[in-house]
Ligand binder design. Structure first.
Ligand SMILES: *Cc1c(COP(=O)(O)O)cnc(C)c1O
Length: 427
């Protein structure tokens, strides 16, 4: 792999940005390496500034479910640009995207568009707290909900503990408003709701946990979580920023048939432009300003270009592209299952819809603790090997892979050959 130009540009970037990047995981620290610098993306392929071509399974960390530069999205963006790109006043594109989102997520009777997943989660939590007049929230260990203060917490020792901050700069008092439990453990939820009875505004979780690799919910877990939260007067929040439009078109709530009180969306909803959304029943959403007392706003919220990109993406997904992306994961899964024995090392493939993970450890992986079984050094070598074979996987063992409809059968075959080459060498 040629890397000179990437190295030169990355070194310049290190003069401007902490770690040379504008979002930490891009720095390749988890794989003891340095990032390549992108020149352009087209379909399933990223090309770096040295001319290396890679089959992309990061896809901008999830949003690009149609691949890079999908022609229908590009057309919608160019058309939208020609009418100006930010108004600070309503435009019809907001309604059209909302209508499409609601068709797929009927639990979102009303919604609010924002500019990122982080912001959407912040809005959802403020809504839950405002409506319930309670302060505490419960989250799952290893669940990622953006970088707002109260959510950068991890579990202390023991079950149902008040969280401890996982980032410097988060006041202790904030972290203590968050209770952290393991996912897929209904007993832990029951215990936490009991111990903090009458104080918990919301239980927030990724219904398919994608931020420690792809972890599906255990049979019956979501349904039981719904019953327990309902009985406790606690709002159930599904953070579907990652699994929305991927677990199924209507997200995990449609796939598993469990309706949350509040839904959070991001990533795919903007088709690669900055969009997030939160929504709930009309009654609950009437608490949001200007209808109600819970304040939330945004200068660029409902941006027309982003709305049109999202709308074009969701339309294409609905026509056939979601099915295509899922079929490619089927093909990858079949190929991997046929080869696992030959690789002579523990591997575990998990997927829901168009998201997947190949964990380099014994399966099943059911929670954050399980995902920690992967050896970081081993993963770093694997990651480097795959890059040299022309396959770009997320540079961390704790990330899911994202299929797009631009991945062809040939791309999957090539990926399987790369896995053979790299894993046999590492065995
Ligand atoms: C990516 C992600 C977020 C944060 O979204 P940003 O747009 O990066 O702020 C929140 N929740 C989940 C589940 C995510 O995967």
């Amino acid at each position: 792999m040629q890397e000179q130009t990437s190295q030169k540009i990355y070194q310049q970037a290190c003069r401007y940005f902490p770690g040379g990047v504008n979002s930490p995981v891009r720095a390749f620290k988890n794989v003891n390496s340095q990032p390549f610098v992108v020149h352009h993306g087209e379909g399933a392929i990223l090309t770096d500034v040295d001319g290396n071509e890679m089959i992309d399974y990061v896809m901008s960390w999830g949003p690009l479910v149609l691949g890079h530069r999908h022609p229908e999205v590009e057309r919608a963006v160019i058309d939208s640009l020609s009418r100006g790109w930010s108004y600070g006043a309503p435009c019809e594109a907001e309604n059209l995207l909302a209508q499409k989102v609601q068709e797929l997520f009927p639990s979102m009777e009303k919604m609010r568009f924002v500019s990122s997943g982080t912001e959407a989660v912040m809005g959802a939590l403020r809504l839950a707290r405002g409506a319930s007049q309670r302060d505490l929230i419960i989250k799952c260990d290893g669940g990622y909900h953006g970088h707002s203060d109260g959510l950068l917490v991890s579990a202390g020792s023991g079950l149902a503990t008040l969280g401890t901050s996982s980032s410097a700069g988060v006041p202790k008092d904030f972290a203590e408003k968050t209770i952290v439990i393991p996912i897929n453990d209904i007993g832990a939820l029951e215990q936490a709701l009991e111990r903090f009875k009458g104080q918990v505004a919301a239980f927030i979780l990724e219904p398919v946990n994608g931020n420690v690799g792809c972890i599906p919910p255990k049979e019956g877990y979501l349904k039981r979580a719904k019953e327990l939260t309902q009985a406790a007067g606690t709002h159930l929040i599904f953070d579907e920023v990652m699994c929305g439009f991927r677990a199924s078109l209507g997200g995990a709530q449609s796939h598993f048939g469990v309706k949350p009180d509040i839904t959070v969306l991001g990533k795919v909803i903007g088709g690669g432009f900055p969009v997030g959304a939160y929504g709930a029943s009309s009654e609950l959403m009437s608490s949001i300003a200007p209808d109600g007392p819970v304040y939330q706003a945004g200068t660029l919220s409902g941006n027309p270009v982003a709305m049109n990109a999202g709308l074009a993406t969701l339309k294409a997904l609905q026509q056939s592209h979601h099915d295509i992306a899922c079929r490619r994961v089927d093909q990858l899964e079949d190929g991997i299952k046929k080869r696992q024995q030959k690789w002579q090392q523990p591997t575990c493939f998990q997927r829901v819809g168009s998201m997947f993970s190949l964990f380099l450890c014994e399966g099943p992986v059911e929670n954050y603790q399980d995902a920690c079984r992967v050896d970081q050094e081993h993963f770093a070598k694997f990651h480097r090997g795959m890059l040299e074979q022309g396959v770009f996987l997320a540079p961390s063992p704790f990330e899911a892979g994202f299929m797009s409809s631009a991945h062809s059968e040939q791309h999957i075959e090539k990926t399987l050959e790369a896995l053979d080459a790299v894993l046999l060498q590492l065995a």
